[in-house]
Design a protein around this ligand. Sequence first.
Ligand code: SAH
Length: 391
Amino acid sequence: MGTAKVVLRQGRARPLWFGHPWVYANGVARVEGDPAPGDVVTLCDHDGRFIGQGFYNARSQIPVRLCTRADEPVDAGFFRARIARARAARARLGLPSERTNVYRLVNSEGDDLPGLVVDVYGDAAVVQITTLGISARRNEIFDALEAELGSKTIFEISPASYAELEGFAAGSRVARGEQRTTVSVLEDGIALEVEPLSGQKTGMFIDQRETRARVGALARGARVLDLYAYAGGFSLAAARGGAKAVTAVDSSARAVARTLAHAAKNDVKIEAVEADAFRFLETATPRSFDLLVVDPPKFARARKDLEAARKGYERLNSLALQAAAPGAILVSCSCSQNVDAESFERIVAAGAKQAGREVRVFERRGPAADHLLPPGFTEGQYLKVLLCYVV
Ligand code: SAH
């Protein structure tokens, strides 16, 4: 039980009663007791009513992140139960399956474990830690994962950016089990090699799994352009879906090499090009692709980047649409949390206008189902995907 108590200001409890997990610094009336950074504290509303318990960190803009609505000990048994619950939820969603053994087991706030992401990669688990409260309890979490999953290797990734903000040790390593650099996984029947400690995110972009499958289903006979292809996820899905030709573009030589290796492993043909996506599009043949995937890295890291990001997305979508044949499908993505769904849709509209092309939206997507979130937690909604028919 949290001994120290954080009391909210009048009128600030409503979102928390309805499932929002974060307390912002300006919502705190007072702190009773003397909690250390990383401690579990009790959260109360202005009238002293118990809301829940969460991890405390005074140096964060979010000093309390709730991990439970009950008055229960946050100990080894708690983490074991949380992870078992997360597993049951994924099982209900059909994960893992015979065709897919890479999935998100723990999605931070969505699993009441703020600051903890666990991605399962076949017989390995990759743990990403972004809060002090979780970092301080990493051993209980590794124990729980070993017990629940029986993973051969547990990788830990503690990114420097968060570690610095929250005040814990950064670093990436094999935390438990067999030392190795590469794990082999299956996504929708496609074989992939992943390097958790030297790839991006936890090794791959699991959030796009369902959209990759969707792209596969729309690819038959199409000339496909996959921009920002990374290890070729969308390209592989399209090639297996019967695309006529697939071009994958990424500025990283390593990503291009991975894409080619994946194509060989899965016995499909992909042309992989090492290039900046904008430069590639500037010299691409107009109206020459039937299916285009645009999945860039975050353009808006902070609020101050918003205007530049908007312009970047607009130009990118405009260039992509110039390369789209009449009747093409554009799959346009944004993973900037700061750009909301409505703004992103307007940006794509502006890109179409700039290109002198007409588009019709036929599907709006987000991350795959294993990326659970509490309702109303807009801070966690980063990925937007628009599927457009190009007239
Ligand atoms: N679509 C991928 C994920 C893309 S992640 C998937 O489904 O797995 C973003 C990718 O963009 C990274 O691989 C990064 O190397 C690449 N990238 C970043 N800047 C780029 C640029 N200017 N031009 C092309 N690729 C870029």
